[in-house]
Design a protein around this ligand. Structure first.
Ligand code: GAP
Length: 455
């Protein structure tokens, strides 16, 4: 499976389109089509189900994308959310110096090098511009990744604001609100799904690295000294979530950050990597963030962020363990994991998306065998089943073609209506993966499918 093949597949089927396509596109923007947006929603639902509604620890939040500028001073983003930028004097293209070095030699720990050292490394190793092949780099400068805009009609620094580069800070600044209104005791966590924006210097690999993306983050507040136990607990939960969604164990690897790689707020960070076609790359990170964020917000806002333990009367600023997942990166991993090309017994080929049924955009495709005779029944069944799960109807071309079309987009069941259906209210249900068919009474279809799609 190649990235190019998947991009074509996604476009052809209506999972993902190029953004602004009729105007020639806007680089690295992608629109989720009818199937892609349902899949995205189902991934969100699975994450909320596992980490919020089924969790005894966590609650959900939906905070604003636009936040008070002082939040970004406190979090360190205004000062330090930067990448090392260099420009090729030959073609004026801009690159991340650390990426250029790691593409040249993946074993170099580019994060540990100063800007001067990065520059010297580029020149000493004669690393040329990937675009024009010249060796004419400018000195490296800090490039802040936050998107800047203005609130209100006047464009000056007094009303400068930023699109959030992570959802996490919206959680930290609501810590006291959530504590007060939910009467939770530590340990507890807050989960949030939402858009984040980073003016990446080198976006790419389809939806893997984009400037607008969606995060599913959890900030887990715990007593200082217990954070490493919780770190292990959540890391295990994260891996199980991926395995339960059908990601194979051999396609997952872990990367623990060395000292030089750790962010200023973290005393331990592990990335869960997925085996994308270009190699293992970051899917989900878990960081022990100490009490950096709450302490910093306490200092900058003047609001106390301490927690009073009702049993011991101890007062402390909680420590935080943060699993942070990119929704788009998980969706991409799921597409790679599920896409298969099979040669069938009769020698024909089929493309099949063996996606977990819970995630499949549609659970059942309703196929009236002969349109004129069976369409009324199909409409009746659509009304009945669509109250329970997402269904689609496919009426054109032969039944074999229709099966292939549904296999290709991952619909786990095809329900065929024929003459017998009109007589005894039974239908044929075909399984996407085994292609086996059973005859089943319509009264049993909802409970049968519900069992099969459970997560
Ligand atoms: N609050 C912590 C945080 O934001 P991060 O490692 O910068 O940590 C977390 O981002 C996750 O967000 C990453 O593991 C990745 O899945 C996703 N992510 C980050 N930048 C992204 C981008 N430009 N495009 C798509 N996903 C991105």
């Amino acid at each position: 499976m190649t990235l190019e093949k998947l991009v074509n597949y996604a476009k052809l089927t209506g999972y993902i389109y190029q953004g602004s396509e009729i105007y020639g596109g806007l680089a690295n923007t992608w629109d989720y089509g009818p199937l892609g947006s349902l899949l995205k929603n189902n991934i969100r639902d699975a994450w909320i189900k596992r980490f919020v509604t089924e969790s005894p620890y966590n609650v959900l939040l939906d905070s604003s994308i636009l936040l008070n500028k002082r939040i970004w001073e406190a979090s360190g983003h205004l000062g330090g959310f930067v990448d090392p930028l260099t420009e090729c004097r030959g073609c004026q293209n801009r690159f991340r110096a650390d990426k250029l070095i790691n593409d040249f030699d993946p074993s170099v720990n580019a994060d540990s090098l100063s800007y001067e050292e990065l520059y010297d490394y580029l020149l000493n190793n004669k690393i040329k511009c990937p675009n024009c092949g010249k060796l004419e780099w400018t000195e490296i400068r800090r490039f802040n990744l936050m998107f800047k805009t203005h609130q209100g009609p006047i464009e000056d620094t007094s009303n400068e604001i930023f699109l959030r580069p992570e959802t996490a800070q919206g959680i930290f600044v609501n810590f006291k609100n959530i504590l007060r209104t939910t009467r939770r005791k530590i340990p507890f966590g807050v989960c949030q799904i939402g858009k984040a924006f980073r003016n990446e210097i080198t976006p790419g690999n389809f939806i893997f690295r984009t400037r607008e993306f969606e995060q599913m983050e959890q900030e887990f507040f715990c007593e200082p000294g217990t954070e490493m136990e919780w770190f292990d607990y959540w890391l295990n939960e994260m891996k199980n979530f991926l395995y339960d969604l059908g990601i194979k164990k051999e396609h997952i690897d872990l990367h623990e950050h060395g000292k030089e790689e750790l962010s200023h707020y973290s005393n331990k960070t592990i990335d869960i990597l997925y085996k994308y076609p270009w190699g293992f790359d970051e899917l989900w990170g878990i960081a022990s963030r100490t009490n950096f964020d709450l302490s910093s917000h306490q200092e900058h806002s003047g609001e106390a962020m301490e927690y009073l333990d009702p049993e011991t009367n101890d007062k402390y600023i909680p420590y935080v363990v943060e699993p942070s997942l990119g929704l788009n990166r998980l969706l991409l991993a799921i597409l790679f994991e599920s896409y298969a090309e099979e040669i069938l017994e009769e020698g024909t080929e089929r493309i099949v998306l063996k996606i977990h049924p819970y995630l499949a955009p549609h659970k059942v495709a309703i196929l009236p065998l002969i349109r004129k005779k069976h369409n009324d029944k199909a409409e009746e069944i659509f009304k009945q089943l669509s109250k329970h799960f997402s269904v689609t109807t496919d009426v054109t071309q032969t039944i074999g073609r229709r099966y292939r079309r549904q296999d290709q987009v991952g619909t786990p069941y095809c329900l065929t209506i024929d003459d017998q259906t009109l007589e005894d209210n039974t239908v044929t249900l075909r399984d996407r993966d085994t292609m086996e068919q059973i005859r089943i009474s319509l009264d049993e279809v909802v409970s049968y499918i519900n069992k099969k799609i459970a997560f």
